[in-house]
Design a protein around this ligand. Structure first.
Ligand code: GLN
Length: 283
């Protein structure tokens, strides 16, 4: 392993390129900056500084993990979502940039509702790291929220993420399968539930199949089980003027719309992701 920051960066990038990592330059920068606790600017301005032996060793270990397909942010144990630093753990899906579109979309409705209602109450079903709920709370000072999850590991992570971002007074973590242990009525019910059909999970990149928890991906035989479960009971947990905001798989818009329409919901909005796939629905 080379000894200055710049040499280390170049070496990591070279090993990632050789190892067939999809975006070697970005991943090398994120990993080296993250482990050395440098900003992307400091990576340049401090490029001539020498690494300690411990730092070099740590980077070497992380490099091997990335070459075994572990995503950079799993190795670092955290990532940013909607400007919030969030810790990850074994049973939480790593939040994706596309999910920020769900936050943006739901915020428009919440800002309107806040004018009429004053206080807002949000439920994030299957909250994982807490990403969606915490991002909404950080943007809506008049809101409080519940993040529910079946996994106690996820709930611990969501709670600590709320504390880390100073949102703990407005965030409650509740262990629940769908609406099983939920009480209250909400202005927004949001979710990025598992939506991959069971038999295609193994076709996803090893970064996903080996490191994201399968429970956060597996949507049952046709990928739609979670939407059926949410549609079945959502109406009983909603304020009259509330909305349901969902992330969906790229080919699920019509099916999810049909599932919700069959329960008396009306589709208010459909939004595409950065790859021009259908990704978000609001009912
Ligand atoms: N978007 C995730 C993926 O990488 C799936 C997330 C989910 O099932 N909610 O495939």
């Amino acid at each position: 392993m080379s000894s200055t920051v710049a040499e280390t960066l170049a070496e990591v990038r070279r090993r990632f390129t050789e190892g067939g990592i999809a975006d070697p330059a970005t991943d090398a920068r994120l990993l080296v900056a993250g482990l050395l606790k440098l900003s992307s600017t400091e990576l340049l301005t401090r490029s001539a500084e020498k690494l300690s032996r411990e730092q070099a060793g740590e980077i070497l270990k992380a490099l091997e993990r990335r070459l075994a397909h572990e995503p950079v942010h799993r190795i670092l144990g955290e990532r940013e979502f909607y400007g919030l630093p969030l810790g990850l753990s074994a049973e939480t899906l790593e939040p994706r940039p596309d999910t920020e579109i769900l936050v943006d979309t739901v915020l428009v409705y919440l800002k309107d509702l806040a004018k009429a209602e004053g206080h807002l109450h949000i439920l994030d079903v299957g909250t994982g790291t807490g990403a969606i709920c915490l991002a909404l709370l950080s943007e809506c000072p008049e809101a409080s929220g519940i993040g529910s999850d079946i996994s106690s590991d996820a709930l611990r992570t969501a709670k600590s993420n709320a504390e880390r971002n100073g949102l703990q007074d407005r965030f409650q973590a509740v262990q629940s399968k769908w609406f099983g242990n939920i009480q209250g009525s909400f202005h927004a019910i949001v979710s990025n539930p598992p939506y991959i059909a069971s038999n295609v999970i193994h076709d996803l990149a090893p970064e996903v199949t080996k490191f994201d928890p399968v429970a956060a991906l597996d949507g049952g035989p046709d990928g739609l089980d979670a939407y059926r479960a949410i549609a079945k009971d959502a109406a009983s947990f909603m304020r009259p003027n509330g909305v349901v905001g969902l992330e969906i798989g790229y080919d699920q818009r019509d099916d999810v719309t049909a599932i919700f329409e069959a329960k008396g919901f009306r589709c208010l909005k459909s939004v595409k992701d950065y790859g021009q796939n259908d990704r978000v629905l609001v009912f």
